[in-house]
Design a protein around this ligand. Structure first.
Ligand SMILES: [Fe+2]
Ligand SMILES: [Fe+2]
Length: 242
């Protein structure tokens, strides 16, 4: 078994072992599809964010903040599309389905959008953190910026939820949104028993296992949800896989 210090680093045009290249293409051209507006599912998702987050924004400030969010996500799209294209142009251009079901769910209200940003962009932050110091130098270079942006997105969602939760009616809406989006966010980490995760870790393309990341997420968000005056949803309820 390769230890961390022995994992070699690879840049775009470096010769790579075939096993490594296969995993890298899977990671960048398929899994990172959730950051690419070139995929119809993500175009649909960001269109919904734009619509709810601008037309339902309670103030000009919030409308601009949503626009800025979308601008940053479009920036991520450009980065990840280019990374994918450089590895496998055909696969980068394929309109592959996005398997995380959270991206296919509706969020028709401002309160739900706030919960979506608080929870799902936070998952994005944890996942991008996995590529900091990646053995693929190209990914390691973009990772800190993506982590910083996603940290801002989850903080924006939380800040909006704090405003919503100032009223009893708002807290009721936020509780319903949490029950709907908490399980979807937990499922985004993938199955705890996934076989591929060990390969990613072995080659320095990820640092931690899915279940470990999910546990950290639960530990970090639970006190934040409680601070809003809401109940933390049961982590086993409405989950689709573990
Ligand atoms: Fe993003
Ligand atoms: Fe984001």
């Amino acid at each position: 078994m390769t230890t961390k210090s022995e994992i070699p680093k690879f840049d775009l045009n470096d010769p790579m072992p075939e096993d490594y290249r296969k995993l890298l293409v899977k990671l960048c051209c398929v899994e990172h599809g959730i950051e690419m507006i070139s995929r119809t599912a993500i175009l649909d998702f960001l269109s919904k964010v734009w619509k709810v987050g601008t037309y339902q924004a309670p103030s000009p400030f919030e409308r601009v903040r949503t626009a800025s969010y979308c601008w940053q996500e479009v920036g991520h799209s450009e980065m990840f599309y280019n990374i994918a294209y450089d590895l496998d142009p055909d696969l980068a251009n394929e309109d592959l389905p996005v398997t995380q079901y959270a991206f296919h769910m509706d969020f028709p209200t401002w309160t739900e959008l706030a919960a979506v940003n608080f929870l799902t962009d936070r998952v994005g932050m944890y996942q991008a953190n996995e590529w900091v110091d990646s053995s693929y130098v190209v990914l390691a270079k973009v990772a800190p910026l993506v982590v910083k942006d996603e940290r801002g997105h989850t903080a924006m969602g939380y800040d909006r939820l704090e405003r919503v939760c100032e009223s009893a009616k708002g807290r009721e809406e936020a509780q319903r949104a949490m029950e709907k989006w908490y399980p979807a966010a937990l499922d985004m980490f993938g199955r705890s028993e996934s076989k591929r995760q060990h390969e990613y870790i072995r080659w320095g393309l990820k640092k931690r296992q899915n279940g470990e990341l999910r546990r950290q997420f639960i530990g970090d968000v639970s006190p934040l949800i409680a601070k809003l005056g809401l109940d933390v949803p049961d982590e086993n309820k409405n989950r689709r896989f573990f």
